[in-house]
Design a protein around this ligand. Structure first.
Ligand code: VGL
Ligand code: ZN
Length: 214
């Protein structure tokens, strides 16, 4: 089989990031129909799933006297402290039931090490521990990643930047993402992505140009 060079990477479309969820992203649920319209254009889909132990170092409740959304210095760097979210095997960690991409082959679970967070689907926050995704994508012949999901300024941006660093072409589909936007994080994320050569497109453009399956 000729390798398929384009992969649709769907990031963290999980209940805890939906309105009413533990770490709700405003309008997070609106990405689901957009992603469902895009998915049929891709023959190869990969999903990510934030997947933390309850004792995870990124949870404010695991640090006495700390509140969610504060910063904390950890051995690997500055970490945002989050509300408890996406705990392994809980409802909040499940992928949205309306998300439809039956051709998805791989789910990368990330943030599973107790003492290291992982926004990126490629490298954990210590910036040295790989998830294995780069190796997988290289082995199947992937060259370009089209990224959608939650949240634009955290897991989507970190994943896009690491994908560029790993040598992949990267296109982020803006209206198929929603952001947390904490202290200017969204603006900074787009700036970092632009500098790294990440393309920013809208789903309509993808659907217009990609009538054939990628
Ligand atoms: C995310 C914060 C903490 C994300 C995950 O999916 O963007 N953000 N964990
Ligand atoms: Zn998380």
């Amino acid at each position: 089989m000729k390798p398929v060079e384009d992969v649709f990477l769907i990031v963290d479309v999980q209940y805890d990031f939906m309105p009413g969820g533990a770490l709700a992203v405003a309008q997070g649920d609106e990405v689901v129909p957009v992603i469902n319209r895009l998915a049929p254009a891709f023959s190869h889909v990969v999903l990510t799933q934030d997947w933390h132990p309850r004792s995870h170092v990124s949870f404010a409740t695991n640090h006495a006297g700390r509140q969610p959304f504060e910063m904390m210095s950890l051995p690997y760097g500055e970490q945002v402290l989050w509300p408890v979210h996406c705990v392994q095997d809980t409802e909040g960690a499940r992928l949205h039931r309306d998300l439809h991409g039956p051709q998805a082959r791989l789910v990368i679970r990330k943030g599973h090490h107790q003492y290291v967070d992982s926004y990126s689907a490629f490298l954990e926050a210590d910036r040295v521990t790989p998830t294995g995704l780069a190796g997988y994508l290289r082995e199947v012949g992937a060259k370009r990643l089209w990224i959608a999901g939650l949240a634009t300024d955290y897991c989507v941006a970190w994943t896009a930047l690491d994908a560029r660093a790993a040598g992949f072409g990267v296109i982020v589909i803006e209206d198929a993402c929603r952001a947390i936007d904490l202290n200017g994080s969204l603006e900074k994320a787009w700036q970092d992505m632009r500098r790294a050569g990440v393309q920013r497109v809208q789903s309509e453009d993808v659907l217009k140009t990609k009538e054939t399956t990628l």
